[in-house]
Write a protein that binds this ligand. Structure first.
Ligand SMILES: NC(=O)c1ccc[n+]([C@@H]2O[C@H](COP(=O)([O-])OP(=O)(O)OC[C@H]3O[C@@H](n4cnc5c(N)ncnc54)[C@H](O)[C@@H]3O)[C@@H](O)[C@H]2O)c1
Length: 326
Protein backbone atom coordinates (compact mmCIF):
# COMPACT_ATOMS: atom_id res chain seq x y z
CA UNK A 1 0.00 0.00 0.00
CA UNK A 2 1.40 3.40 -0.98
CA UNK A 3 0.97 5.89 1.84
CA UNK A 4 0.48 9.50 0.95
CA UNK A 5 2.32 11.66 3.42
CA UNK A 6 1.65 14.82 1.43
CA UNK A 7 -1.00 15.57 3.99
CA UNK A 8 0.21 16.71 7.38
CA UNK A 9 -1.39 14.56 10.04
CA UNK A 10 -1.13 15.18 13.77
CA UNK A 11 0.17 12.23 15.79
CA UNK A 12 -0.01 11.84 19.55
CA UNK A 13 2.71 9.40 20.55
CA UNK A 14 2.97 8.12 24.11
CA UNK A 15 6.30 6.68 25.19
CA UNK A 16 7.94 8.67 22.38
CA UNK A 17 11.25 9.08 24.24
CA UNK A 18 11.68 5.31 24.43
CA UNK A 19 13.16 2.88 21.94
CA UNK A 20 10.22 2.18 19.60
CA UNK A 21 8.63 5.62 20.04
CA UNK A 22 11.78 7.55 19.17
CA UNK A 23 12.31 5.50 16.00
CA UNK A 24 8.70 6.15 14.98
CA UNK A 25 9.10 9.89 15.64
CA UNK A 26 12.30 9.99 13.57
CA UNK A 27 10.42 8.41 10.66
CA UNK A 28 7.45 10.81 10.98
CA UNK A 29 9.68 13.86 11.17
CA UNK A 30 11.29 12.81 7.89
CA UNK A 31 7.73 12.82 6.50
CA UNK A 32 7.18 16.35 7.90
CA UNK A 33 4.30 15.33 10.18
CA UNK A 34 3.00 17.14 13.31
CA UNK A 35 3.94 15.29 16.48
CA UNK A 36 3.00 15.55 20.13
CA UNK A 37 5.13 13.28 22.27
CA UNK A 38 4.02 12.26 25.77
CA UNK A 39 6.58 10.68 28.09
CA UNK A 40 7.50 10.87 31.77
CA UNK A 41 11.09 9.78 30.95
CA UNK A 42 10.90 6.85 33.38
CA UNK A 43 12.78 4.55 30.98
CA UNK A 44 13.10 6.84 27.96
CA UNK A 45 15.59 9.61 27.26
CA UNK A 46 15.32 13.25 26.21
CA UNK A 47 18.37 12.74 23.93
CA UNK A 48 16.28 10.34 21.81
CA UNK A 49 13.92 13.20 20.86
CA UNK A 50 16.21 16.15 20.37
CA UNK A 51 14.11 18.09 17.84
CA UNK A 52 14.37 21.67 19.11
CA UNK A 53 14.66 23.00 15.58
CA UNK A 54 11.61 21.19 14.24
CA UNK A 55 8.65 23.44 14.94
CA UNK A 56 6.01 20.75 14.51
CA UNK A 57 7.35 18.61 17.35
CA UNK A 58 6.03 19.14 20.86
CA UNK A 59 7.16 17.25 23.95
CA UNK A 60 4.97 17.06 27.05
CA UNK A 61 6.60 15.48 30.09
CA UNK A 62 3.52 13.89 31.64
CA UNK A 63 2.64 10.54 33.14
CA UNK A 64 0.05 8.78 30.96
CA UNK A 65 -2.02 8.15 34.09
CA UNK A 66 -2.38 11.91 34.58
CA UNK A 67 -2.76 13.05 30.97
CA UNK A 68 -5.97 14.98 30.25
CA UNK A 69 -7.41 15.99 26.89
CA UNK A 70 -7.14 19.62 28.08
CA UNK A 71 -3.31 19.16 28.05
CA UNK A 72 -3.62 18.83 24.28
CA UNK A 73 -5.01 22.37 23.89
CA UNK A 74 -7.83 21.44 21.51
CA UNK A 75 -5.37 20.37 18.81
CA UNK A 76 -7.04 18.12 16.25
CA UNK A 77 -5.29 14.78 16.58
CA UNK A 78 -5.53 12.24 13.78
CA UNK A 79 -3.79 9.22 15.30
CA UNK A 80 -2.81 8.14 18.79
CA UNK A 81 0.08 5.69 18.97
CA UNK A 82 0.20 4.39 22.50
CA UNK A 83 3.61 2.91 23.31
CA UNK A 84 4.22 4.09 26.88
CA UNK A 85 4.47 1.18 29.30
CA UNK A 86 6.73 -0.39 31.85
CA UNK A 87 8.41 -3.22 29.99
CA UNK A 88 10.46 -6.18 31.23
CA UNK A 89 9.35 -9.42 32.83
CA UNK A 90 11.75 -9.20 35.84
CA UNK A 91 10.62 -5.62 36.59
CA UNK A 92 7.03 -6.80 36.62
CA UNK A 93 7.81 -9.53 39.16
CA UNK A 94 9.60 -6.96 41.35
CA UNK A 95 6.70 -4.51 41.25
CA UNK A 96 3.49 -5.96 39.76
CA UNK A 97 1.42 -3.10 41.22
CA UNK A 98 3.34 -0.45 39.29
CA UNK A 99 3.35 -2.51 36.08
CA UNK A 100 -0.42 -2.84 36.38
CA UNK A 101 -0.91 0.83 37.23
CA UNK A 102 1.00 2.09 34.17
CA UNK A 103 0.19 -0.62 31.64
CA UNK A 104 -3.48 -1.08 32.50
CA UNK A 105 -4.74 2.07 34.30
CA UNK A 106 -2.53 4.37 32.23
CA UNK A 107 -3.64 2.70 29.00
CA UNK A 108 -7.31 2.98 30.01
CA UNK A 109 -6.74 6.69 30.43
CA UNK A 110 -5.45 6.81 26.84
CA UNK A 111 -8.69 5.17 25.64
CA UNK A 112 -10.64 7.83 27.54
CA UNK A 113 -8.67 10.54 25.74
CA UNK A 114 -9.19 8.79 22.40
CA UNK A 115 -12.93 8.92 23.07
CA UNK A 116 -12.87 12.58 24.08
CA UNK A 117 -10.78 13.90 21.20
CA UNK A 118 -12.42 11.70 18.55
CA UNK A 119 -9.25 10.77 16.69
CA UNK A 120 -9.27 8.55 13.60
CA UNK A 121 -7.55 5.59 15.24
CA UNK A 122 -5.71 4.40 18.32
CA UNK A 123 -2.84 1.96 17.75
CA UNK A 124 -1.31 0.44 20.89
CA UNK A 125 1.64 -1.80 21.69
CA UNK A 126 0.78 -5.24 22.96
CA UNK A 127 3.27 -8.04 23.27
CA UNK A 128 4.10 -11.65 22.43
CA UNK A 129 4.22 -12.14 26.21
CA UNK A 130 0.43 -12.59 26.21
CA UNK A 131 1.00 -16.09 24.70
CA UNK A 132 3.28 -17.25 27.52
CA UNK A 133 4.49 -20.82 27.16
CA UNK A 134 1.56 -21.84 24.98
CA UNK A 135 1.92 -25.42 23.69
CA UNK A 136 1.63 -24.40 20.05
CA UNK A 137 4.96 -23.84 18.34
CA UNK A 138 3.70 -20.96 16.26
CA UNK A 139 1.52 -18.32 17.86
CA UNK A 140 -1.60 -17.06 16.08
CA UNK A 141 -3.88 -14.23 17.10
CA UNK A 142 -6.80 -16.61 17.79
CA UNK A 143 -4.81 -18.64 20.35
CA UNK A 144 -5.87 -18.34 23.95
CA UNK A 145 -4.03 -15.76 26.06
CA UNK A 146 -1.75 -17.57 28.49
CA UNK A 147 0.56 -15.01 30.17
CA UNK A 148 3.10 -16.27 32.71
CA UNK A 149 4.37 -12.95 34.10
CA UNK A 150 2.71 -9.84 35.57
CA UNK A 151 3.95 -7.94 32.48
CA UNK A 152 2.18 -10.46 30.21
CA UNK A 153 -0.97 -10.22 32.35
CA UNK A 154 -0.94 -6.41 32.09
CA UNK A 155 -0.69 -6.57 28.28
CA UNK A 156 -3.37 -9.27 27.99
CA UNK A 157 -5.69 -7.38 30.35
CA UNK A 158 -5.42 -4.16 28.40
CA UNK A 159 -6.07 -6.00 25.13
CA UNK A 160 -9.32 -7.30 26.64
CA UNK A 161 -10.36 -3.86 27.86
CA UNK A 162 -9.48 -2.32 24.49
CA UNK A 163 -11.62 -4.83 22.58
CA UNK A 164 -14.66 -4.32 24.81
CA UNK A 165 -14.38 -0.53 24.86
CA UNK A 166 -13.69 -0.24 21.11
CA UNK A 167 -16.89 -2.15 20.36
CA UNK A 168 -18.96 -0.37 23.01
CA UNK A 169 -17.88 3.18 22.13
CA UNK A 170 -17.37 2.44 18.41
CA UNK A 171 -13.70 3.44 18.46
CA UNK A 172 -11.20 2.21 15.91
CA UNK A 173 -8.48 0.50 17.93
CA UNK A 174 -5.63 -1.72 16.72
CA UNK A 175 -3.37 -3.69 19.04
CA UNK A 176 0.01 -4.85 17.76
CA UNK A 177 1.67 -7.79 19.48
CA UNK A 178 5.37 -7.01 19.05
CA UNK A 179 7.85 -9.87 19.23
CA UNK A 180 11.30 -8.91 20.66
CA UNK A 181 12.09 -5.75 18.79
CA UNK A 182 15.70 -4.58 18.45
CA UNK A 183 17.56 -1.64 16.94
CA UNK A 184 18.97 1.86 17.55
CA UNK A 185 18.03 3.77 20.74
CA UNK A 186 17.36 0.57 22.66
CA UNK A 187 18.67 0.90 26.19
CA UNK A 188 21.69 -1.32 26.80
CA UNK A 189 22.21 -0.51 30.47
CA UNK A 190 20.45 -1.66 33.60
CA UNK A 191 18.95 -4.83 34.93
CA UNK A 192 15.91 -4.61 32.69
CA UNK A 193 17.51 -4.13 29.28
CA UNK A 194 16.81 -6.52 26.39
CA UNK A 195 19.29 -9.22 25.42
CA UNK A 196 20.71 -7.85 22.13
CA UNK A 197 21.63 -4.31 23.32
CA UNK A 198 22.78 -5.69 26.65
CA UNK A 199 25.15 -8.24 25.06
CA UNK A 200 26.40 -5.66 22.58
CA UNK A 201 27.36 -3.35 25.45
CA UNK A 202 29.05 -6.16 27.41
CA UNK A 203 30.99 -7.52 24.44
CA UNK A 204 32.25 -4.06 23.67
CA UNK A 205 33.67 -3.72 27.17
CA UNK A 206 35.12 -7.27 27.17
CA UNK A 207 32.75 -8.17 29.97
CA UNK A 208 31.23 -11.59 30.62
CA UNK A 209 28.04 -12.47 28.74
CA UNK A 210 25.43 -14.16 30.90
CA UNK A 211 23.13 -16.65 29.24
CA UNK A 212 20.03 -17.79 31.08
CA UNK A 213 19.63 -21.45 30.17
CA UNK A 214 21.70 -23.31 27.57
CA UNK A 215 21.27 -20.77 24.78
CA UNK A 216 18.54 -22.70 22.98
CA UNK A 217 15.88 -20.24 24.18
CA UNK A 218 14.57 -18.66 21.01
CA UNK A 219 12.72 -15.55 19.93
CA UNK A 220 11.17 -14.07 16.81
CA UNK A 221 13.57 -11.11 16.86
CA UNK A 222 12.18 -8.21 14.85
CA UNK A 223 14.17 -5.27 13.54
CA UNK A 224 12.69 -1.89 14.46
CA UNK A 225 11.99 -0.71 10.89
CA UNK A 226 9.48 -3.54 10.48
CA UNK A 227 7.64 -2.36 13.58
CA UNK A 228 7.56 1.29 12.49
CA UNK A 229 6.16 0.15 9.15
CA UNK A 230 3.50 -1.97 10.87
CA UNK A 231 2.38 0.99 13.00
CA UNK A 232 2.03 3.23 9.94
CA UNK A 233 0.14 0.55 7.98
CA UNK A 234 -2.23 0.05 10.94
CA UNK A 235 -3.14 3.72 10.84
CA UNK A 236 -3.88 3.96 7.14
CA UNK A 237 -5.23 0.56 6.23
CA UNK A 238 -8.98 0.25 6.71
CA UNK A 239 -10.11 -2.75 8.69
CA UNK A 240 -13.80 -3.63 9.04
CA UNK A 241 -14.01 -4.21 12.78
CA UNK A 242 -13.68 -1.64 15.54
CA UNK A 243 -10.98 -3.75 17.17
CA UNK A 244 -8.23 -5.84 15.62
CA UNK A 245 -5.13 -7.46 17.02
CA UNK A 246 -2.05 -8.44 14.97
CA UNK A 247 1.21 -10.28 15.53
CA UNK A 248 4.13 -8.20 14.29
CA UNK A 249 7.32 -10.19 13.79
CA UNK A 250 9.36 -11.94 11.08
CA UNK A 251 8.00 -15.48 11.50
CA UNK A 252 11.48 -16.86 12.12
CA UNK A 253 12.74 -18.13 15.42
CA UNK A 254 16.35 -17.40 16.34
CA UNK A 255 18.07 -18.88 19.38
CA UNK A 256 20.42 -17.07 21.75
CA UNK A 257 23.46 -19.11 20.68
CA UNK A 258 22.90 -17.91 17.11
CA UNK A 259 22.47 -14.28 18.29
CA UNK A 260 25.79 -14.45 20.11
CA UNK A 261 27.55 -16.03 17.13
CA UNK A 262 26.29 -13.25 14.86
CA UNK A 263 27.18 -10.48 17.33
CA UNK A 264 30.73 -11.81 17.48
CA UNK A 265 30.85 -11.99 13.68
CA UNK A 266 29.45 -8.51 12.95
CA UNK A 267 31.50 -6.88 15.70
CA UNK A 268 34.56 -8.56 14.18
CA UNK A 269 35.58 -9.95 17.56
CA UNK A 270 37.88 -12.81 18.34
CA UNK A 271 35.58 -15.62 19.38
CA UNK A 272 38.13 -17.14 21.74
CA UNK A 273 38.18 -14.05 23.94
CA UNK A 274 34.43 -14.07 24.63
CA UNK A 275 33.62 -14.88 28.25
CA UNK A 276 30.31 -16.65 28.82
CA UNK A 277 28.59 -17.58 32.05
CA UNK A 278 25.59 -19.92 31.96
CA UNK A 279 22.92 -19.10 34.52
CA UNK A 280 19.70 -20.92 35.37
CA UNK A 281 16.65 -20.28 33.23
CA UNK A 282 14.84 -17.07 34.29
CA UNK A 283 11.51 -17.18 36.12
CA UNK A 284 8.59 -16.23 33.88
CA UNK A 285 10.73 -16.33 30.75
CA UNK A 286 9.28 -17.98 27.65
CA UNK A 287 11.28 -20.83 26.05
CA UNK A 288 10.31 -20.38 22.45
CA UNK A 289 8.55 -17.58 20.67
CA UNK A 290 7.51 -17.64 17.04
CA UNK A 291 4.74 -15.64 15.40
CA UNK A 292 2.33 -16.48 12.65
CA UNK A 293 2.13 -13.16 10.76
CA UNK A 294 -0.39 -14.16 8.09
CA UNK A 295 -3.15 -11.95 9.48
CA UNK A 296 -0.98 -8.81 9.36
CA UNK A 297 0.16 -9.77 5.85
CA UNK A 298 -3.41 -10.18 4.67
CA UNK A 299 -5.19 -7.26 6.37
CA UNK A 300 -2.39 -4.71 6.72
CA UNK A 301 -0.17 -5.62 3.73
CA UNK A 302 2.57 -5.99 6.33
CA UNK A 303 5.78 -7.64 5.22
CA UNK A 304 8.97 -7.92 7.29
CA UNK A 305 11.30 -5.95 5.06
CA UNK A 306 14.43 -6.47 7.13
CA UNK A 307 15.32 -9.94 8.41
CA UNK A 308 17.33 -10.67 11.57
CA UNK A 309 20.87 -10.88 10.12
CA UNK A 310 20.48 -7.73 8.06
CA UNK A 311 18.88 -5.82 10.95
CA UNK A 312 21.67 -6.79 13.31
CA UNK A 313 24.30 -5.72 10.80
CA UNK A 314 22.62 -2.31 10.27
CA UNK A 315 22.25 -1.82 14.02
CA UNK A 316 25.91 -2.60 14.74
CA UNK A 317 27.23 -0.54 11.83
CA UNK A 318 25.14 2.44 13.01
CA UNK A 319 26.66 2.14 16.45
CA UNK A 320 30.17 1.90 15.06
CA UNK A 321 29.55 5.03 12.96
CA UNK A 322 28.18 6.95 15.95
CA UNK A 323 30.81 6.00 18.50
CA UNK A 324 33.76 5.08 16.32
CA UNK A 325 33.95 1.91 18.42
CA UNK A 326 30.68 0.43 19.68
N1 LIG B 1 10.91 -3.58 22.71
C1 LIG B 1 10.27 -4.74 22.56
O1 LIG B 1 10.87 -5.75 22.20
C2 LIG B 1 8.79 -4.85 22.82
C3 LIG B 1 8.17 -6.09 22.64
C4 LIG B 1 6.80 -6.19 22.87
C5 LIG B 1 6.08 -5.07 23.27
N2 LIG B 1 6.72 -3.89 23.46
C6 LIG B 1 5.92 -2.73 23.91
O2 LIG B 1 6.19 -1.63 23.05
C7 LIG B 1 6.11 -0.41 23.79
C8 LIG B 1 7.38 0.39 23.63
O3 LIG B 1 8.47 -0.39 24.11
P1 LIG B 1 9.98 0.11 24.10
O4 LIG B 1 10.82 -1.08 23.88
O5 LIG B 1 10.11 1.28 23.23
O6 LIG B 1 10.16 0.51 25.64
P2 LIG B 1 10.88 1.78 26.28
O7 LIG B 1 10.98 1.50 27.74
O8 LIG B 1 12.12 2.11 25.54
O9 LIG B 1 9.81 2.92 26.02
C9 LIG B 1 8.69 3.11 26.82
C10 LIG B 1 8.54 4.60 27.06
O10 LIG B 1 7.39 4.81 27.88
C11 LIG B 1 7.70 5.80 28.85
N3 LIG B 1 6.85 5.62 30.02
C12 LIG B 1 6.87 4.60 30.91
N4 LIG B 1 5.95 4.79 31.86
C13 LIG B 1 5.31 5.95 31.53
C14 LIG B 1 4.25 6.68 32.14
N5 LIG B 1 3.66 6.27 33.26
N6 LIG B 1 3.86 7.83 31.55
C15 LIG B 1 4.47 8.29 30.42
N7 LIG B 1 5.47 7.63 29.82
C16 LIG B 1 5.89 6.47 30.37
C17 LIG B 1 9.17 5.57 29.16
O11 LIG B 1 9.81 6.68 29.76
C18 LIG B 1 9.73 5.22 27.79
O12 LIG B 1 10.19 6.36 27.12
C19 LIG B 1 5.79 -0.81 25.22
O13 LIG B 1 4.39 -0.75 25.39
C20 LIG B 1 6.26 -2.25 25.30
O14 LIG B 1 5.57 -2.97 26.30
C21 LIG B 1 8.07 -3.74 23.25
Amino acid sequence: MKINFKKKFTWLITGGAGFIGSNLIKFLIKKKQNIICIDNLETGFKKNINYKNYKNFKFLKIDIRKLKSSNLKKKKIDFIIHLAALGSVPRSFNNPQKTNSVNVDGSLNIIKICQEIKCKKLVFASSSSIYGNSKKNIKSENDRQNPISPYGVSKATFENYAEILANFYKLKIIGLRFFNVFGPNQNEKGAYSAVIPKWLGLLNKDKTIQINGDGTTSRDFTYIDNVVNAIILSCFKNTNNYFEIFNIACQKTINLNYVLKKLVYYMRLNKKKIKIKNLPFKKGDIKMSLANINKAKKLLNYKPMIQFDQGLEIYINNKIKKNKSI
